[in-house]
Design a protein around this ligand. Structure first.
Ligand code: MG
Length: 259
């Protein structure tokens, strides 16, 4: 208990000193689809950015979700790996046909950004592939992706995660598809947009004009969040029920000790 109190104090000190708080969403702000107690009160008082490997939602839909639950948030507070993969191709003015393996929400978003998104039946014509979380991906389409990889078409992969947790079971994430493709075509050309790569984090820091040393990263995954923070040279606050500091303990403590 003493250890927990001490650790909470240490974490709170780091967080209070930071000019910007970068936080993961799943397993941190949201646990079992519920906002962690204290998180809304705390984030409504401090500058923050949510940085997630999520490749299912758009920034708009997630911001609306949080706003309905009392959080003062707008689009510049949210960075999502799926959306960033699409934004990246827009920033490159990529106008060639793209096979986007993603759900309908992301596909609609990509089309609205003006990208040339192929129908699933035409993926063989792709000159770039974007991999996001895609619950509709069929084996036949996966074979098309294998052949695109073998032909040297390059891939943008939203994140390297194998799964994301649901309430009662695990969902397959983008990294599963990438891992299977790598086993089929070891020479596959790809880049990863999400954590632990720091592309998205750097973008967030740049947008908020903050140096890495001035920010702190709250996450529940040392392999993605922790490594990302380390690569950027940023302090990391690890929350996990297993470590003794759960998200609700941390945000509850922070909300009770607002400065
Ligand atoms: Mg997480």
């Amino acid at each position: 208990m003493l250890y927990t109190e001490e650790k909470l104090k240490q974490y709170a000190e780091k967080i209070h000193q930071a000019k910007l708080i970068i936080s993961d969403i799943d397993g941190v702000v949201l646990v079992d689809r519920q906002i962690s107690p204290g998180a809304v009160e705390f984030f409504n008082c401090r500058p923050f950015v949510f940085l997630s490997n999520n490749s299912r939602f758009t920034v708009n839909s997630l911001a609306t979700y949080f706003r309905k639950r009392g959080l003062n948030i707008d689009n510049q507070h949210i960075f999502l790996a799926g959306v960033q993969s699409i934004n990246y191709l827009c920033s490159q003015n990529f106008d060639k046909p793209i096979a986007l393996s993603a759900n309908k929400e992301l596909k609609k978003f990509a089309q609205m950004q003006g990208l040339n998104i192929l129908d699933r039946g035409d993926w063989c014509k792709a000159q770039k592939v974007v991999l996001c979380s895609d619950s509709e991906l069929k084996f036949r389409e996966f074979e098309v992706l294998i052949n695109l990889a073998a032909r040297g078409v390059s891939f943008v992969c939203a994140n390297p995660d194998f799964t994301y947790p649901g309430e009662s079971h695990l969902y397959a994430e983008t990294g599963c598809v990438l891992a299977a493709l790598k086993s089929a075509v070891p020479t596959i050309r790809y880049q990863i947009m999400g954590k632990p790569e720091i592309t998205m984090l750097e973008l967030a820091l740049k947008k908020h004009r903050i140096e890495p040393q001035e920010a702190v990263f709250i996450g529940d995954n040392p392999k993605t969040d922790g490594l990302c923070a380390k690569k950027a040279g940023m302090d990391f606050v690890y929350v996990d029920i297993a470590t003794g500091i759960s998200p609700s303990m941390l945000f509850g403590y922070l909300a009770r000790n607002l400065r």
